[in-house]
Design a protein around this ligand. Structure first.
Ligand code: ADP
Length: 364
């Protein structure tokens, strides 16, 4: 297995002004680590993965595998296996032949191929499907074949490009668990691209959040959730999305909307404009809570409900995630943020930490 380092990596397509799609991308992936690259569509995740794989030229910077620069190394000699969203299987070949393909190319002896394919088929519960062809398989089975084909080559690292995007929600959840299990079983270095923050949160040892402006934050899923470094990450990680509300700093308090004031002891001068982040799951009903308004809408999800609360002076409703009985629509309602669960971002959108541990003493 391998470590992968990206040092100031850039990608531009010649000719066009807007074709400078990645610049100054630096991060490292440790041996055996599961790193997820997440970000909105079009921010360059797939391009970055394809550059690691050798399918796209590197315009600037350096990529190293186990300390060795591989910018000029052809894909086949990098020792990486890639799993694609569209499976990229040969429709006219059996499952067995699809998995065996890379080994045949490498002229591995027949008996060895047989043993290797059988072992991988067992690991992925494909044994009973080895004689079928891809068109006779479900989407989930096809993706398992594609993963099998990657595993059988014993790569130094696995690269996954949105491998679950073509599957329905239930199958996606199953495959997510399967990929997590494989990572544990193989102890392999894995780099995984997705636009789905739930996949990122559940699979990653570490997440790299990308935006069109580059790397926004790198950290463990819980670090990103608990201490997002900026508004972009705050809004991207977490479901339902964090409420991001415009506010101003008054003496020792944050002023939200018309009447809501939250005590705040951060080092920002009075009069500053900030963005306050409140996660829906960190707001609890409280008749004396500082955030008060009228219930606009309730989304019932079964175990939970999302209450949309219109607060005077706020342009968008506040979303509150609630277990237990929701209030009635159109009724008056108030909530209180949990202690230590108020995120504040400055005018540049960067996180500001409170002078008080946990961000807040108490909410009046
Ligand atoms: P993501 O995987 O994050 O959705 P991509 O890496 O697929 O993003 O694409 C990043 C950007 O690069 C997109 O704006 C896309 O249009 C552009 N792009 C991709 N390939 C080419 C190409 N061959 N020529 C010019 N622009 C490209």
């Amino acid at each position: 297995m391998a470590s992968i380092v990206l040092a100031d990596v850039a990608k531009s397509y010649p000719g066009k002004e807007s074709a400078h799609i990645l610049k100054g991308i630096s991060f490292s992936i440790e041996d055996g680590e599961f790193v997820v690259l997440v970000g909105p569509s079009g921010c360059g995740k797939s391009t970055l993965l394809r550059m690691i794989a050798g399918l796209e030229e590197i315009s600037g910077g350096e990529i190293r595998i186990d300390g060795e620069r591989i910018n000029e190394t052809p894909p086949a000699r990098r020792g990486l296996s890639m799993v694609f969203q569209n499976y990229a299987l040969y429709a006219h070949m059996s499952v067995f032949e699809n998995i065996a393909f890379g080994l045949r190319l490498a002229k591995v002896p027949k008996a060895e191929i047989h043993t290797a394919v059988r072992a991988v088929a067992k690991m992925l519960q494909l044994e009973h499907l080895l004689e079928r062809r891809p068109p006779q398989l479900s989407g989930g089975q096809r993706q398992r074949v594609a993963i099998g084909r990657a595993i059988v080559r014993k790569p130094r690292a696995f690269l996954f490009d949105e491998p679950l995007s073509n599957l329905d929600a239930a199958l996606r959840a199953d495959m997510r668990v399967e990929i997590a299990r494989l990572h544990k079983q193989l102890g392999a270095t894995m780099v995984y691209v997705t636009h789905d923050q739930v996949e990122a949160m559940t699979l990653a040892d570490r997440i790299v959040v990308l935006s069109p402006n580059g790397v926004m934050q790198i950290g463990s899923p819980m670090t990103l959730y608990e201490r997002p470094a900026n508004v972009f990450v705050a809004g991207f990680i977490g479901s339902p999305k964090m409420n991001l509300l415009p506010a101003s700093v008054a003496e020792g308090a944050l002023q939200l909307g018309e009447q809501a004031r939250l005590p705040w002891f951060g080092g920002i001068p009075s009069g500053s404009r900030v963005t306050v982040g409140l996660r829906p799951e960190h707001l609890a009903p409280d008749p004396d809570g500082p955030l008060r308004g009228t219930v606009a809408l309730i989304e019932r999800l079964g175990a939970e409900s999302y209450v949309h609360l219109n607060v005077a002076g706020l342009a968008t409703p506040l979303v509150v995630a609630l277990r237990g009985d929701p209030p009635r629509e159109d009724s008056a309602w108030a909530v209180r943020p949990a202690a230590g669960q108020i995120h504040v971002f400055d005018e540049q959108g960067l996180r500001v930490d409170s002078a008080e541990p946990g961000g807040i003493k108490e909410v009046a």
